[in-house]
Design a protein around this ligand. Structure first.
Ligand code: PEP
Ligand code: MG
Length: 919
């Protein structure tokens, strides 16, 4: 018994919860992101690469998971492992944690698997107490620095550990951080100081004592004056912050699973604020806003990292090449500390080559010595992602395949977004200039708080969120806004980072803005902009304009990197990409975007034209076949002209035209007033019209008299449409325009419906061909949008020339979800994690997808080469495109502006598939 317990406990103590790094050697490596978090894994990797990294250790994400599993308790072995790792750090640094003579100070930072900028907590300068302060002053000979570090610790610790992690949720201005900042601002004002650096050591001493009193009064607890208590308080706060409101909301938006957990990194402090020989900065190995291959970053002398990121001081450009008109007067690190800049430059090159991707790095210079604090794959907007991917492939840093896989299909969307019309911009009133943090143009109404932005955007308003600076608490409003504008902060500020990640238009550091949050006004250059006023942002140039300027549609054609990347994608993909288009114009736009045909032309959209709706209504009101035929004869020329236009725009490419689908009542007005107007216009009695309208009423129109059921009961409608299609095709064929019509029958549930409608279509088509005396190849197929059609696909395939999955209706019918009403509750399901995705946006692979698979398999068993596509809204959604590739469809069809995204997603699907198969 005793033996077996002993065995068990040795096994348990072997579990490694703490990974050390320092002095050129690390327990971890880059591949261990899941366990060590991104930051921890990369600190280990950099250490192993021989890059100067302050020593430290990472407490694994597994501890986070166990902590929450075990009622917020740590595994019992953790303490001993932390002590051991800390003693190794002490050895390397030659200092001891808590030693009054020469204290080691540490930072405690979060680090999840994928970066969550600013979402979780950090505490710096841990280990500074009344006992260790004198020793540090003696060692550094710099009392101002020590007290500055102490006041930062007081601020961060009370905010992060004593308030947030303790679950205290004060009002916006009642929080401890706000109170401490207020007290510091008051002192600065009293003394007439402009910047934090003007504070003297005596000021800082007074301030620190005042801070402690405010902390005690506000939080009813003393700030802990004991290093170990500070350390474990910091560790606990990081783990707590994983479940904090901000982190939870960011995870939901970014779809990061809760189970991942965060790691905690404890690292020896290095200081960028010990004097003029010290500095700190953030940089990117390439420009994250444009993608240009140029080392790009910001730095501040005599500062700690938070000063750069929080936007408290406007930072300087790291090098001469990165200067703009707005920053040309500021000193670069390259000119101020040329040797250290050179070392940094060598390191950034090494890192980019090693990771084969753009890196976002943080560094600190302490008394003339350079330290790297972080490297991670840098966030970038779409334009930059495309340029970097193409240029890195050209440099042979990565393969073309990797380049294609590296850009998210949705990032292409940003290129397809509008920009401010230069002509309108010339005449516009410029309000202010700022830093161009996120390119593109945006118009919106000014809003000052994230909550307001979210609420108003929900109502459909276009919003621009204006803040002094943003903080992670604002992410929901930033997400809802069209664009973000801040008065403070640099290109690496929170606002800039977050906006870039989302590809949002963003301007930061717009210092001319004087924002009065209370009054909800911006005072700028003698003007006042109030809440709700329209403004325009040019995020590419960093200009803010009064009013609502015209935006120009995006012009990807002039982006050579985009064109190159799309060329590679097209070479790699197997799926064809078509478009859903009902007008010649849409068809032309889509063709320009690379559409390889039309996958769905909804003919009913043509019925609504003002020149023909009358004939449609006359047809509906007719009680006899003759009456209906007469009205349809009036419609025919209109339909024919439409088809000629569309065929011409798609010359040489297939065009799938769907015969009438919606229930007829959709073409009649619904209110008495409108009905009366129509009755007058048509010269029919109101009562007759009203009675007809009532007779068309259905309890469940989506499952009612629609789709091919209309064709079955009113064959003359489909006959007219087939005739119009074929007459258009024949006329163009005579003109030597190549047309490839595909006539599609909607909502088939039973094969007999298809048989009957096909007979009608074929006999009409053959008649028209005979009349015109030309040969036009055409096919007749069906939409697969009902569960019964999927299950009887073997019967249907025998009759169909092609299939097109109508996943809108198929989702509705498989799921029993009304596509018109689900909006009331589906978002709730997604927000609350019941569903990962809205099934009307992303194909529900297990449910709807299973029906599709069955339909494909059964269909292809009967007809090996049966052409199959998808034309539901899912056809332009990347995950769904991947699924369509996986089940072997021939093409996807989507709205014109989604065509490039679908082409790209199709290439990625093919690459991922290839990778899987070669594994
Ligand atoms: C579908 O149901 O997926 C489809 C494309 O048809 P509609 O949306 O017109 O019903
Ligand atoms: Mg449908």
């Amino acid at each position: 018994m005793a033996k077996s317990t002993a065995k068990k406990s040795t096994k348990r103590t072997l579990r490694k919860y703490v990974y050390f790094f320092g002095a050129g050697k690390a327990d971890g490596k880059a591949e261990m992101k899941n366990l060590l978090g991104g930051k921890g894994a990369n600190l280990a990797e950099m250490t192993n690469l021989g890059i100067p990294v302050p020593p430290g250790f990472t407490i694994t994400t597994e501890v986070c998971t166990l902590y929450y599993k075990n009622n917020r308790k740590y595994p019992s072995e953790l303490k001993a492992q932390v002590d051991l790792a800390l003693s190794k750090v002490e050895k390397i640094m030659g200092k001891k944690f808590g030693d009054p003579a020469d204290p080691l100070l540490v930072s405690v930072r979060s680090g999840a698997r994928s970066s969550m900028p600013g979402m979780m907590e950090t505490v710096l300068n841990v280990g500074l107490t009344t006992k260790t302060i004198p020793g540090l002053i003696k060692k550094t000979n710099n009392d101002r620095f020590v007290y500055d570090a102490y006041r930062r610790l007081l601020m961060m610790y009370s905010d992060v550990v004593m308030e947030k992690a303790a679950g205290i949720e004060p009002e916006e201005t009642g929080g401890i951080r706000h109170k401490l900042e207020h007290s510091m601002d008051r002192l600065k004002k009293e003394k007439g100081y402009k910047s934090d650096t003007d504070l003297t050591v005596e000021d800082l001493k007074v301030l620190c004592e005042e801070f402690k009193v405010i902390i005690r009064q506000t939080l009813k607890k003393d700030f802990p004056d004991e290093p170990q208590e500070q350390l474990w308080g910091g560790v606990g706060a990081v783990f707590q912050s994983w479940m904090g409101k901000r982190a939870v909301s960011y995870r939901r938006i970014e779809k990061i699973p809760e189970e991942w957990g965060t790691a905690v990194n404890v690292q020896s402090m290095v200081f960028g604020n010990t004097g003029d020989n010290s500095a700190t900065g953030v940089a990117f190995t390439r420009n994250p806003a444009t993608g240009e291959n140029m080392f790009f970053g910001e730095w501040l002398p005599n500062a700690q990292g938070e000063d750069v990121v929080a936007g408290i001081r406007t930072p300087n450009p790291v090098n001469e090449a990165g200067k703009t008109d707005d920053t040309k007067h500021l000193p670069s690190l390259e000119s101020a500390m040329p040797k250290l800049y050179k070392q940094l430059f060598t390191i950034e090159k090494k890192l980019e080559r090693h990771y084969t991707d753009m890196q976002d790095i943080e560094f600190t210079i302490e008394d003339g010595r350079l330290w790297m604090l972080q490297t991670r794959v840098g966030k970038r907007n779409g334009q930059a992602a495309i340029r970097m991917a193409v240029e890195m492939a050209r440099q042979k840093l990565i393969s073309k395949e990797t380049a294609v896989l590296r850009v998210k299909p949705d990032q292409l969307d940003e290129l397809l977004h509008p920009s401010v019309d230069p002509a309108a911009e010339k005449k516009a009133v410029e309000l202010a200039k700022g830093l161009p943090a996120g390119p593109g143009g945006a118009i919106g109404r000014v809003t000052f708080t994230a909550d307001d932005a979210e609420e108003r955007a929900k109502k459909g308003e276009k919003i621009i969120l204006v803040r002094n600076e943003t903080s992670p608490e604002d992410v929901h409003g930033m997400h809802a806004a069209e664009a973000i504008l801040t008065a403070k902060g640099g290109m690496t500020s929170h606002a800039a980072l977050v906006a870039r990640g989302w590809g949002k238009c963003c301007i930061v550091g717009c210092s001319a803005l004087n924002i009065d949050v209370q009054k909800k006004e911006i005072h700028v250059n003698e003007r006042i902009v109030r809440e709700g006023d329209w403004i325009t942002l040019n995020g590419t140039k960093g200009r803010v304009y009064e009013g609502k300027l015209d935006l120009l549609p995006a012009d990807p054609d002039h982006n050579l990197w985009y064109k190159e990347l799309m060329k590679w994608a097209d070479q790699l993909r197997i799926l064809k990409v078509r478009t859903n288009a009902d007008t010649p114009n849409d068809a032309a736009v889509a063709r320009n975007f690379g559409a390889e045909g039309i996958g769905l032309c909804r003919t009913e959209h043509m019925f609504f034209g003002p020149d023909r709706i009358k004939a449609v209504r006359e047809m509906i009101l007719s009680e006899t076949v003759e009456g209906r035929k007469k009205a349809l004869a009036k419609l025919l020329p209109f339909q024919k002209v439409d088809f000629i236009g569309i065929f011409r725009a798609m010359a040489g490419l297939p065009v799938t035209i769907r015969l009438l689908d919606p229930p007829l009542h959709e073409f009649l007005p619904h209110t008495d007033k409108e009905l009366q107007e129509l009755a007058d216009e048509m010269g029919v009695p109101f009562d007759k019209l009203n009675a007809k309208n009532k007779s068309l009423h259905e309890f469940n129109p989506m499952l009612g008299h629609r789709g091919c059921r209309l064709g079955v009961t009113y064959p003359e409608i489909y006959e007219m449409q087939a005739q119009a299609i074929m007459e258009a095709a024949c006329e163009l064929t005579k003109e030597k325009v190549k047309v490839i019509p595909e006539i599609m029958i909607p909502l088939v549930g039973h094969v007999n419906e298809l048989v009957k409608m096909k007979e009608l279509t074929v006999s009409t088509a053959e008649r028209v061909k005979r009349e015109f005396g030309v040969k036009v190849p055409y096919t007749v197929g069906t939409m697969i949008e009902l569960p019964r059609a999927c299950m009887t696909s073997d019967e249907i395939a025998a009759e169909a020339d092609f299939y097109s999955f109508g996943t809108n209706d198929l989702t509705q019918t498989v799921y029993g979800l009304s596509r018109d009403d689900a909006g009331r509750f589906l978002p709730f399901y997604v927000e609350n994690g019941l569903l990962k995705d809205d099934p009307f946006i992303t194909i529900d692979q297990n449910g709807v997808g299973s029906f599709m698979k069955i339909a494909v398999e059964k269909g292809r068993k009967v007809k090996k080469d049966l052409k199959m596509g998808i034309c539901g809204e899912h056809g332009g959604e990347p995950k769904s495109v991947e699924f369509c590739h996986a089940i072997g469809l021939d093409y996807v069809s989507c709205s014109p502006f989604r065509v490039p995204i679908a082409r790209f997603a199709a290439a990625q699907a093919a690459l991922k598939d290839k990778k899987k198969k070669t594994k």
